[in-house]
Ligand binder design. Structure first.
Ligand code: ADP
Ligand code: ASP
Ligand code: MG
Length: 385
């Protein structure tokens, strides 16, 4: 029998009415005869509200307790959706991450899935039930509750799809797929009908919120195609799979605010910075004397304590920054692209603090206030409009 995994994000389950709409869709999929596993996020805004609550108690809350708190968001949705499906006459059962066999490493707030033991899920599917799984969470091998990093429900869906040998994974959000930039920032952004795993993963890693980077990694390893779709109206989709086209051009522009630059000198200080940030520094550049890296602040729920510790270690930290990137197979290969990248930022009057290159991308660290303008300028220069 065909197994389909569907994942519904926060905006798709934002209130009871929308949960009802999702239940209708799930029942329809089930009635087509497939086995259906549904992964849900917390109701829109819930995770942010829980984080804010924790920060009212302690501005650098202990991560273990944060995970206990944040994992409740998804439990609310899973129970309500299961009720809504059963109310519609279809058999359903909800499971937390740990009940569904999601085993992670022992990091809190940004745990990684190391194994999935989906036996209970398989048993319930065999009984003809729709299985609803709380996304974004798992249990460490020490039996502690963990969460997978912001946006991590996508990863639950793809890890579960891989473990079950699902035929496909459908990720439902408020956009009908992936665009050449965040359509909220760049109105001229173009819909991308197909995208390669590595391109999507690179986009996600530099901040394209539409999919979680580790989700794409699970999909790529298991060869499961991702269908990114909208819950609301539009029939469009983006299919993410093996190298989707021969298109060598720039595929997308990604902007991310909430970045801090971390710099210093000497091996000892470099190691301290690594330890204090729990390894969350990106795009390291280091020679025998200096190091230069940056970090995404949404990966640090305890940023104020981290900042104090970094400064105490003599590490220089610049806040209020962002990163803008162009992603595509030709970015690092053609000098002409590099020139156009630099020139379009300069023409828009945007100062760049640092420029970085990987095989699939070019990035610039800019002031946070310049991120949106930089994203639009790069989109116009690289992709038109
Ligand atoms: P969900 O809560 O369903 O997981 P997210 O909010 O995490 O949904 O992701 C969807 C959002 O991602 C969109 O509303 C859109 O603003 C944003 N986004 C950022 N970059 C892109 C992009 N390149 N293409 C489409 N959406 C994007
Ligand atoms: N609820 C979590 C978050 O807001 C996980 C997710 O939505 O994927 O980050
Ligand atoms: Mg998301």
């Amino acid at each position: 029998m065909t197994i389909i995994v569907q994942k519904y994000g926060g905006s798709s389950v934002a209130d009871v009415e929308r949960i009802g709409g999702v239940a209708d869709r799930v029942v329809k999929a089930r009635q087509r005869g497939d086995d259906v596993v549904v992964v849900v996020s917390a109701m829109g805004g819930t995770t942010d509200a829980l984080l804010a609550l924790a920060h009212q108690v302690d501005e650098s809350p202990p991560r273990r307790e944060l995970d206990m708190l944040l994992s409740t968001g998804e439990r609310i949705t899973m129970a309500l959706l299961s009720m809504a499906i059963q109310k519609r006459g279809e058999a359903a059962i909800s499971f937390t991450g740990s009940q569904s066999g999601i085993i992670t490493n022992d990091r809190h707030f940004d745990a990684r899935i190391i194994e999935v033991r989906p036996h209970r899920v398989e048993d319930e599917l065999a009984l003809g039930k729709v299985v609803i799984i709380a996304g974004y969470q798992g249990m460490s091998y020490k039996r502690e509750i963990t969460t997978l990093g912001r946006g991590g429900s996508d990863t639950t869906a793809l890890a579960m799809a891989a473990a079950l040998g699902a035929d496909r994974a459908e990720i439902y959000s408020d956009v009908d797929g992936v665009y050449s930039a965040d359509p909220r920032v760049v109105p001229a952004a173009r819909h991308l009908p197909e995208l390669a795993y590595d391109e999507m993963q690179e986009m996600a890693e530099v901040g394209a919120k539409v999919l979680h980077a580790q989700a794409v990694e699970f999909a790529r390893r298991a060869g499961i195609r991702i269908h990114a779709r909208s819950t609301f109206g539009s029939e469009g989709e983006t299919r993410i799979g093996d190298s989707a086209s021969d298109d060598e051009g720039t595929r997308a522009v990604v902007g991310k605010k909430g970045v801090a630059r971390v710099r210093g000198s000497g091996a000892a200080q470099r190691e301290q910075a690594h330890t204090i940030t729990r390894g969350a520094l990106r795009d390291w550049v280091a020679d025998s004397v200096h190091f230069d890296a940056y970090t995404h602040l949404d990966e640090h729920p305890d940023w104020s304590a981290t900042l104090v510790a970094l400064r105490a270690a003599g590490v220089q930290v610049d806040e209020d920054l962002g990163v803008v990137s162009i992603v595509g197979r030709n970015c690092a290969r053609e000098p002409e692209i590099f020139t156009r990248f630099e020139r379009s930022l300069a023409d828009a009057g945007i100062g760049r603090l640092r420029v970085l290159m990987t095989p699939l991308r070019l990035s610039a660290i800019v002031r946070a206030a310049d991120v949106d303008a930089a994203t639009r300028a790069l989109h116009a220069a690289m992709l038109g409009a």
